[in-house]
Design a protein. Structure first.
Length: 85
């Protein structure tokens, strides 16, 4: 469902809800808070397909900022998500 891809021009995209085997694609070179924000953004589109781009963008930026800056959320070296120490 979540696929990190090289060579994407967009930061991320998601398949329409009616499509079978839906996928979320994230540009592989994104890092840190930006990567988290784009993942949240595309998941939000998948869950709330009819939400406006403005609403999805504001929500994903706010949530990524809280998780990354205030709660210390980080991606582990083995690809698993973990809290910073």
């Amino acid at each position: 469902m979540l696929d990190f891809r090289h060579g994407m021009s967009a930061r991320g995209d998601v398949d329409a809800p009616h499509r079978p085997n839906k996928q979320i694609r994230i540009r592989a070179d994104l890092k840190d808070e930006e990567r988290l924000e784009v993942i949240i953004h595309e998941i939000t589109h998948a869950a709330l397909w009819d939400a406006s781009e403005e609403t999805v963008t504001e929500f994903s930026q706010d949530l990524a900022r809280i998780l990354y800056r205030h709660l210390g959320y980080r991606e582990g070296k083995d690809g698993k998500e973990e809290e910073a120490t």
